[in-house]
Unconditional design. Structure first.
Ligand code: AMP
Ligand code: MG
Length: 406
């Protein structure tokens, strides 16, 4: 029991040995999920020029001040300014310029009368409501001024962030890319879902599940074909993949006893991957190391049981992805709930039990079927219930820390 390494110490060791990816220039169209390496400061005002917020008529406010339904004001239309027209115009007193949303505001214009307040005329327009100074005008810089912080270093780029970068004119951005990850499942028993099975074989679920988890964690994922339990084949696959990715994740072949543990056998030859027993359940057998010459590729060798693999991914790999992108690692648990039923846990090990968290009641119901092969109960769970190392049982009503599942 004392030979087990704690979850926390293993995490620290992993994160300390990872080097964040080097920031690089990334075309905006590929920047989804990248993490900014430095602040993005507005170089120009947003919007870049005074423009109309509506389709209507640019006016001098005094010219329409008296307009009403009973006493409309009729004025000549001296020009038309559609969006994208770069002609700079000046509005003369007593006249209006028909203007579209987003079009450059003529010099001298003080307000835009929405088309709904007019008869929509082209030669002359009849206006039935006044528009005060600045009405329906978007001022240059009313969204951001030069020098304003648009996005802070450490921001992961999502749709709105990509949008503001585009709006601010960035065709490319310096950021840490989505880590490239290859997921490799190993095992002679694995058949591809969609192909026939005979007893003794199982469908490969880990590589699909882990690939999905890695994608949700913000990675670019390649799913390797299944590798047989042959150390030479495993080593060849790992070395080839390691050369082209930022992170490798394998499943299977690292359990405690067997001479059939091909991943362990293959990587023991290299010597740079440490295999240990972690004080957790599920997920005790773990391997982590760095492969090749700098920049070295981190590899996680996760246990084969699907729930062990998933829990290991959530606790070790997902935060490692954040480190690679230069992000802070949040604590393992980010919430808590009250147990609806008692739970048990082996002494000296931290349990991660599948549960269903009810947000409204702030309760968590442990699921039946907590064995590490029971993926059906994993699919029903929305959280992992964390039972601390010293605790062997917790009664119903105990407040427990929860880990959200991707
Ligand atoms: P191992 O770690 O290779 O000893 O595998 C432990 C258990 O996990 C065995 O029951 C395997 O059949 C199962 N397993 C290993 N890899 C996968 C996989 N890719 N998909 C589903 N189950 C797996
Ligand atoms: Mg195996």
């Amino acid at each position: 029991m004392t030979s087990l390494q704690t979850v926390d110490s293993y995490r620290e060791e992993i994160f300390a040995s990872l080097t964040p990816l080097a920031p690089q220039e990334i075309p905006l169209a590929e920047a989804d999920g990248a993490v900014l390496a430095s602040d993005v400061i507005a170089a120009w005002p947003l919007p870049g020029f005074d423009n109309s917020a509506m389709d209507g008529y640019a006016v001098i406010a005094a010219d329409v001040a008296s307009a009403s339904t009973e006493h409309p004001v009729t004025l000549p239309v001296e020009a038309e300014a559609p969006a994208g027209d770069t002609t700079s115009r000046t509005l003369s007193p007593g006249r209006v310029i028909k203007i579209m949303t987003g079009a450059l505001l003529p010099a001298g214009a003080e307000a835009v009368v929405p088309v709904e307040w007019t008869d929509g005329g082209s030669e002359r327009v009849t206006i039935t409501r006044p528009a005060g100074q600045g009405h329906a005008i978007r001022r240059a810089g009313d969204d951001a001024r030069p020098g304003d912080l648009l996005l802070a270093a450490g921001t992961r780029l999502g749709p709105a962030q990509i949008g503001v970068l585009a709006a601010a004119g960035h065709g490319a951005i310096v950021a840490r890319r989505r880590p490239r990850v290859t997921v490799i499942s190993t095992g002679n028993e694995l058949a591809e879902p969609g192909t026939p099975l005979v007893p003794g074989l199982i469908w490969n679920s880990n590589s699909y599940m882990l690939a999905s988890a890695a994608r949700q964690a913000g990675c670019d994922v390649t799913r390797h074909t299944v590798v047989r339990d042959d150390p030479a084949a495993v080593l060849a696959a790992i070395e080839l993949a390691a050369a082209t990715v930022d992170l490798l994740v394998t499943s299977g072949g690292v359990s405690m006893g067997g001479e059939h543990d091909a991943v362990k056998a293959a990587l023991s030859i290299l010597g740079s991957v440490g295999f240990r027993k972690i004080a957790m359940q599920p997920g005790m057998p773990q391997g982590f190391g760095l492969l090749g010459s700098p920049p070295r590729t981190p590899i996680f060798t996760l246990p084969g049981n699907p729930v062990s693999a998933m829990v290991s991914f959530r606790i070790f790999v997902e935060p490692a992805v954040r480190v690679l992108q230069g992000l802070q690692v949040p604590p393992v648990s980010t919430g808590s709930g009250l147990l609806t039923d008692p739970v048990r846990s082996p002494a000296g090990r931290r349990s991660f039990l599948r549960g269903i968290y009810d947000r409204q009641a702030a309760t968590v119901a442990p699921l039946t079927g907590q064995n590490s092969h029971q993926i059906a109960s994993l699919a029903r769970a929305n959280v992992l219930i964390m039972v601390p190392e010293p605790d062997t049982e917790l009664p119903a009503g105990t407040e427990v820390d929860l880990v959200d599942l991707p």
